[in-house]
Design a protein around this ligand. Structure first.
Ligand code: HEM
Length: 108
């Protein structure tokens, strides 16, 4: 698999884990609040709060790992862009080639 396909898969999984984490957080926050006395398991759509919580936490963990992987895959770009931005704002006259990375574009 080439790098573009790897990025596509990683970014798709990142979006998926974000959507599931976000939806489950909405369900827990708005429909399964804590401190409500019901004398039974709290449920939403026939699924207990424990299960909604577990889905939220596991997809949240996956999201953290995938975001870290995303950073690793784009590390060269992040370093290149950081150097470019700081070189441009520093007004360092010695560095004649300060806009080189901007002209050439940072490679991924
Ligand atoms: C889209 C971003 C996220 C949002 C909007 C969000 C929101 C929430 C909400 C609303 C709750 C329920 C709080 C309550 O009981 O009232 C919660 C619980 C929790 N979240 Fe997140 N969360 C997010 C991402 C994450 C991530 C990335 C993790 C890491 C694993 C995580 C871990 C947890 C844990 C451990 C709980 C407690 C679960 C429990 O009470 O059983 N969340 N979150």
């Amino acid at each position: 698999m080439n790098k573009a396909k790897i990025n596509y898969v990683v970014d798709f999984l990142m979006l998926l884990s974000f959507i599931v984490t976000a939806i489950t957080s909405f369900v827990i926050f708005f429909f399964l609040p804590s401190g409500v006395r019901q004398g039974r398991y709290q449920e939403f759509f026939g699924v207990t709060k424990d299960v909604w919580s577990a889905i939220h936490v596991w997809f949240g963990m996956a999201m953290i790992l995938i975001v870290i992987l995303h950073f690793v895959l784009h590390w060269n770009w992040i370093v290149c862009m950081t150097k470019t931005i700081f070189k441009r704002t520093k007004k360092n006259k010695k560095n004649k080639d300060k806009n080189k990375s901007v002209r050439e574009g940072c490679k991924e």
